[in-house]
Design a protein around this ligand. Structure first.
Ligand SMILES: C[S@@+](CC[C@H](N)C(=O)[O-])C[C@H]1O[C@@H](n2cnc3c(N)ncnc32)[C@H](O)[C@@H]1O
Length: 235
């Protein structure tokens, strides 16, 4: 789903997430703790944004890194930062990964993107097609229990388009995302043939205590994001 936050404000978003609470001190440490070594592997960064994870993949000696994002501005930022060291192109993930060959990629990451996709079955079918046997994806997304607070219908099991304004970059920017049940996520994964091999509800870094005690208290007691590692079975 296109959003001004990731196009008009792409550069501001890049500088904010370098050291903010939700990305730098909750999402990244949790997701990276589930990733494992990518040294020598062919890795895709799905919904790469400004490439903060791609930088980690480069430093971790992945042999090939492919970054895709819906936003042209994010794709340009990643190209400016890493040039030919990564392969980068614009792709709407709600249309799958039509440029990628089947059984060609070892590892995929998809941090904080799935809530912008309406059809997770199509997405995970494509992930399953493109992963090599024994390959895996690690993703994070909004925790379904946390997002239920935004429900207008009051029906947890009904997918809903939520419209909000976020102050992420210091000015209110309209944002739209899908709120859905945990079962909708896990059904899409398992029906694609992938197996959930690890699940986390995130652990906020201790450093947040010094940055904002109230937010630390809230994130220590309430789920905010959910993280899963999903593997493709080998032969
Ligand atoms: C919250 S940002 C996360 C960026 C990066 N994964 C990270 O964690 O640093 C979400 C990203 O998903 C991208 N995105 C949203 N909808 C998308 C879609 N349909 N296809 C591809 N990328 C999408 C946005 O452009 C944005 O860069």
């Amino acid at each position: 789903m296109k959003s001004e936050l990731y196009s008009t404000y792409a550069k501001q978003y890049d500088s904010v997430i370098t050291d903010n609470i939700y990305n730098a001190h909750l999402d990244r440490p949790t997701l990276l703790s589930m990733l494992g070594s990518v040294s020598g592997l062919n890795v895709m960064d799905l919904g790469c944004g400004p490439g903060v994870y791609s930088q980690y993949l480069l430093e971790s000696d992945a042999s090939k890194i492919t970054c895709v994002d819906y936003s042209d501005e994010m794709v340009e930022l990643v190209k400016e930062k890493f040039g030919g060291r990564v392969s980068t192109y614009q792709q709407d993930l709600s249309l799958g990964l039509p440029k990628e060959k089947s059984a060609s990629v070892d590892v995929m990451i998809c941090p904080l993107v799935l809530h912008y996709l309406e059809d997770l079955s199509l997405f995970f079918n494509e992930v399953s097609r493109v992963l090599k046997p024994k390959g895996y994806i690690v993703f994070s997304t909004h925790h379904p229990f946390a997002d239920f607070e935004c429900s207008k219908s009051g029906n947890y099991f009904e997918r809903e388009l939520v419209e909000e304004e976020w102050n992420t970059v210091g000015t209110p920017v309209p944002i739209r995302f899908y709120r859905r049940s945990l079962m909708e996520i896990t059904d899409a994964i398992t029906s694609s043939g992938l197996v959930i091999s690890q699940l986390s509800e995130g652990k906020v870094s201790d450093k947040v205590k010094e940055l904002d005690e109230d937010v630390y208290e809230r994130l220590s007691r309430n789920p905010n994001f959910i993280f899963m590692k999903c593997s493709k079975l080998g032969d």
